[in-house]
Design a protein around this ligand. Structure first.
Ligand code: P6P
Length: 282
């Protein structure tokens, strides 16, 4: 699996360069879930496909930007599901964005994820790599090389609240949960980029990121295989929690199709307990 992590670091260098040098703007196409694609979405997807195609250990790849799975090596073990440039719609406003990778063995569901990685393209370029039963490892780009910085651990409680979704479409119990956190003095930290928003909760050691089911999107917006399950592994291995709107661990999530979505809550112990309290029986 080390070769996959090395490939992801290589991909990070190439996509960071693409972000800094290529023109912005939208392509004429849209992806499976109907998001209009940015030229950078398509370019990032190409960069990743080219790098992963070189690895004999990869059985198939699944991209958020493509409808179907692409088989590479029938006898290999690993599936790699990825979101090439998450939050790309905000890159034209110079906000941080990211790439997300989930590495699965045998089956594409939460129980079979064996590793995850994400890249933050921000003021610093950072990569966080998680393997089962190990703390997530943070690497930072210096002099064109990724240097290991530290292992990431979460405390039992944090101070920040990252509430996703359109507020007018929140269910009443979700609105009450978010309000309760603000009444406790939590600070709003939400950029609209899942990767930097979750990265901040992780590095600050706690808090809550939520993207709930809403009246217009009852199953939420974030994709299980490319976005939610990879971050669930990272949060849980860091000592945090990752659950759905029924209070079930997102590592038990079984997507019904490749681009399926799920409501998701990521955070430290006390905040996730509060989610369960407000969602109990809803
Ligand atoms: P909303 C970006 O489009 C994205 O997929 C995630 O990166 C982000 O967390 C979410 O959508 C933001 O969605 O509805 O809160 O604007």
């Amino acid at each position: 699996m080390e070769t996959i992590f090395d490939a992801i670091k290589n991909i990070a260098l190439k996509i960071d360069n693409a972000i800094k040098t290529s023109e912005g703007g939208y392509a004429t196409s849209s992806n499976v879930t109907g998001d209009t694609q940015l030229k950078l979405d398509i370019l990032s997807d190409k960069i990743i496909e080219e790098e992963l195609k070189k690895l004999p250990s990869i059985k198939a790849i699944v991209s958020e930007e493509k409808e179907n799975l692409l088989t590479l090596n029938n006898n290999a073990s690993y599936y790699v599901c990825y979101d090439p440039l998450d939050g790309s719609s905000i890159v034209d406003y110079n906000l941080s964005v990211g790439s997300i990778f989930g590495i699965y063995e045998n089956k594409l569901d939460g129980a079979n994820i064996i590793a995850s990685a994400y890249v933050v393209y921000g003021p610093k370029v950072e990569v966080v790599i998680t393997t089962k039963a190990n703390k997530p490892k943070l690497y930072r780009l210096y002099d064109n090389e990724f240097k290991f910085i530290k292992e990431i651990s979460m405390q039992e409680e944090g101070k920040i609240n990252a509430p996703g979704g359109t507020q007018k479409n929140w269910y009443p119990h979700h609105k009450a949960l978010i309000e309760a956190l603000f009444q406790k003095g939590y600070r709003l930290r939400y950029s609209g980029g899942m990767v930097p928003d979750l990265h901040q909760v992780l590095l600050k050691g706690g808090g809550l990121f939520s993207y709930p089911g809403t009246t217009d999107k009852p199953k939420g917006k974030l994709r299980a295989l490319f976005e939610v399950i990879p971050f669930a592994l990272t949060f849980i291995e860091a000592g945090g929690y990752a659950i759905d709107d029924k209070g079930v661990s997102l590592l038990e999530c079984v997507p019904k199709f490749l681009h399926d979505t799920t409501p998701c809550f990521f955070g430290s112990k006390n905040e996730i307990e509060l989610v369960k309290e407000f969602y109990n029986g809803k």
